[in-house]
Design a protein around this ligand. Structure first.
Ligand SMILES: [Ca+2]
Length: 386
């Protein structure tokens, strides 16, 4: 133990500054705390730092971590060496407002096809301020993206100069369908219209083709990739490890952040029903329920600014098996939700990060990884046996 006299002595301070300087290139210990929660105790440590705004994370079968940085950089982090290398060949993105390089996802059969998917803010060639969500598929070879194919791009008419509510989370279900979200792009009424791609969850085959059993495939004028609608700004998607049900989180306005269970063709109500208000405090709608519109599983009011989610399906945190981990931007907390029969039976804050949390992932060996942005870094939870 270091006693207080030593800490305040000039020679100790000098030694401290010298050692900080010498270690400047190593991973810094931003995080080094022990967290006691209701059912688990764990240590938080910095896994890798030096990012701008790490937005999405996905692990490869070889345990390496792919991190998408909103500024357009894509990184591969060597799991054992904890060193990151930049991946080249990323499409040009419009890094403005809430847009940029957003989510990354790994194909379920990556081991054979080496496909990864990126969700990003694309722009029109002649009018760079007009943006929308696109999805690209590419093979990851060493640290390059090759054989690129844009598997989703909206028609130019939907591109807009508004730089909010891109959504853009990507997930695969167990049957191999690819789902991705697009927020309402600040045009709330369009979330209810099936001839607009914004305010929706979309479903595609892994090559970008549209499944013939999508819910609006027969509907005239509907965009055929739409899976659900009435979604405001969804930035969390996760598949339940046992039931395979798709859970979604979306940012509400002022209040009314939602956790939803997605099902083909459903209308999640935005902006016809909501538990939130306008940021100014004025009313959006007096309705919280309407026939033909789905209720959230839970809503957070005031808004936590709910972001990426993941079900814990590792071996290490035994008491959190299949619990939903929920990240938040504004409240800077990681939440743990127990869900039984599609109802939330317990909710707990398990970590106060002191930083916006963009994403959460169960990693190799069962550690839990969080993408934090102040400063941009990935931290992980290591359980401590009681
Ligand atoms: Ca809703």
């Amino acid at each position: 133990m270091i006693n207080n006299n030593l800490i305040t002595s000039p020679s100790f301070l000098l030694l401290f500054f010298i050692s900080s300087y010498v270690n400047a290139n190593d991973v810094q210990n931003w995080d080094d705390s022990i967290e006691k929660t209701i059912k688990e105790t764990f240590k938080v440590e910095t896994f890798i730092d030096g990012f701008d705004i790490p937005w999405g994370m996905a692990f490869l079968p070889n345990q390496n971590l792919i991190v998408s940085d909103r500024n357009g950089n894509l990184w591969q982090v060597d799991y054992n060496k904890k060193k990151k290398t930049q991946i080249v060949g990323v499409p040009n993105v419009r890094n403005k407002g809430q847009g940029g390089l957003l989510d990354v996802q790994v194909h379920p059969d990556f081991i054979n096809n080496h496909y990864i998917y990126l969700g990003f803010t694309s722009y029109l060639k002649r009018r760079k301020n007009k943006t929308f969500t696109s999805i690209v598929r590419a093979r990851l070879k060493n640290n390059s993206l090759i054989d690129q194919k844009i598997i989703y791009k909206a028609d130019d008419i939907y591109y807009s100069g508004v730089t909010v509510h891109y959504g853009t989370r990507i997930v695969f279900d167990k049957e191999g369908y690819l789902y991705f979200s697009i927020g309402d792009r600040g045009r709330r009424d369009q979330a209810q219209l099936l001839d607009y791609p914004n305010g929706k969850i979309h479903r595609l085959h892994d090559d970008g083709s549209i499944p013939t059993n999508n819910p609006f495939i027969q509907e005239k004028n509907a965009i055929k990739s739409i899976w659900t609608y009435g979604n405001r700004n969804p930035q969390g998607l996760a598949i339940h490890p046992v039931s395979s049900i798709i859970f979604e989180t979306e940012h509400g306005p002022k209040g009314g952040d939602e956790l939803n269970i997605l099902s083909s063709g459903n209308n999640y109500g935005w902006p016809e029903i909501t538990y939130g208000k306008n940021y100014s405090g004025t009313t959006i709608t007096k309705y919280t329920h309407k026939k033909g519109m789905e209720q959230p599983v839970i809503h957070w009011t005031p808004s936590i600014a709910v972001c990426g989610i993941d079900f814990y399906d590792g071996e290490l945190f035994k008491n959190w098996e299949n619990n939903l981990l929920v990240s938040s931007l504004k409240f800077e907390n990681l939440y743990r939700l127990e869900i039984k029969d599609n109802k939330v039976t317990e909710q707990e804050i398990v970590y106060r990060a002191g930083s916006r949390i963009r994403d959460v992932e169960t990693g190799p060996e069962g550690f839990i990884y969080l993408a934090l942005e102040d400063p941009g870094r990935i931290v992980r939870f290591i359980p401590i046996k009681n």
